[in-house]
Design a protein around this ligand. Structure first.
Ligand SMILES: Cc1ncc(COP(=O)(O)O)c(C=O)c1O
Length: 365
């Protein structure tokens, strides 16, 4: 057994903050910029520019962003929203808490991404939207879904919470459907503690979201005008100050997560215990974290943990969530992904020496 004699434990995720972030936060505090103000606007326009999309709105989290997107397209109780069975449950919860029925679709066999053929079979007169989730930076088939959406008169929302700055041949993921949602939580490429961004190319949708974000109210300083239901989806300039610094070094972060993936791929290429899940680097997919497939995931995970290496299991298929009321339905591909995928130590600050040590351990199993 290979044991690190220093007792150092390799974290499953590593991202760092530094003096530059602290300096900008201190400046924001000194200037009294605590709420959703000019620094947030600056952050939104920088993100929109970087993603080459007309409109971006900063929100408290990726989950809040999904909720805002569904509100903006008018999802109501009784509507149906199609969601892949393989995703973080926030995707489904956003539709569920609006009173919509979450209809789960199985994923493709070879990649944990929503299957357009399954979506087509699930559309009814009540379907309002389908959410394409770009898990781990993989590009879900948005072009196919947009074609279906056009025929059927529904919306495509992209859950790109795990895919900021990931691309396919059509452009940045999150900018290809009607609305795209990103997360800025700790285990993401850009980390502002908690946070999210919602983007769209549709000015009307953007204006609608901007109003919902402010409780559905606009004011000229004299009179408040009520436009409809809304909520407080405001961001904070303190977080935007961090986000702006993180955004300025995004090229380094992209480089590191790509290097992490390449190191795993190269060093595990002859390994019989695991195989690295394919990511299309040439098309611009960004492996936010590196995942491997294994026949005996619990065994690999335990061996690594016994040797001071943390890993994460893949998302449990959503048919196991009783509140979504899909327990009796079968999702063989999503179940297969949940049982066979393991997430290895990754992140924009993960030292490559940690990755190499993890590979040595896996190769020694
Ligand atoms: C696929 C997916 N959707 C939604 C979310 C929700 O984002 P947040 O944690 O910022 O609310 C996450 C967060 O990790 C996610 O991975």
């Amino acid at each position: 057994m290979v044991v690190d004699s220093t007792g150092y434990r390799i974290p499953y995720w590593l991202t760092k903050m530094g003096a530059a972030e602290a300096e900008q936060v201190a400046l924001a505090v000194q200037e009294g910029r605590l709420s959703d103000g000019p620094i947030s606007r600056d952050f939104e326009s920088n993100i929109a520019h970087a993603l080459d999309v007309p409109f971006a709105t900063a929100v408290p989290s990726g989950s809040a962003g999904l909720l805002l997107a569904l509100l903006a397209v008018g999802v109501q109780p009784g509507d149906e929203v199609i969601v892949p069975a393989a995703t973080w449950i926030a995707t489904a919860n956003a539709a569920h808490i609006l009173g919509a029925k979450v209809v789960l679709a199985d994923t493709l066999r070879d990649r944990p991404l929503i299957d357009p053929a399954a979506v087509l079979n699930l559309i009814t007169s009540k379907t309002k939207a389908v959410i394409a989730v770009h898990l781990g930076g993989r590009a879900a088939p948005v072009a196919d879904l947009m074609e279906i959406a056009e025929q059927k008169g529904i919306y495509v929302i992209e859950d790109a919470c795990q895919a900021l700055f990931s691309k396919n041949e059509d452009g940045f993921l999150g900018t290809l459907g009607h609305i795209g949602c990103f997360s800025l939580s700790v285990s993401k490429l850009i980390n502002t503690g908690q946070g999210g961004v919602v983007v769209t190319g549709d000015e009307e949708i953007h204006n609608h979201m901007s109003r919902i974000k402010l409780n559905g109210v606009t004011s000229d300083g004299v009179t408040e005008v009520y436009h409809g239901p809304g909520f407080n989806f405001k961001y904070s300039d303190l977080k935007a100050a961090i986000g702006l610094v993180q955004l300025s070094s995004v090229a380094d972060k992209v480089q590191r997560v790509t290097d992490v993936y390449r190191t795993y791929r190269d060093r595990l290429q002859f390994c019989e215990t695991v195989s690295v899940c394919p990511i299309n680097l040439e098309a611009g997919e960004l492996p936010l974290w590196t995942e491997v497939e294994a026949k005996d995931v619990p065994k690999v995970q335990k061996f690594l943990l016994d040797n001071q290496v943390e890993t994460r299991r893949f998302h449990t298929s959503l048919n196991h969530a009783p509140h979504l009321e899909q327990v009796g339905r079968k999702f063989p591909n999503s179940e297969q992904h949940a049982n066979s995928i393991l997430i290895l130590p990754s992140g924009p600050s993960q030292p490559l020496s940690n990755v190499e040590r993890t590979c040595d351990l896996i190769n020694a199993i």
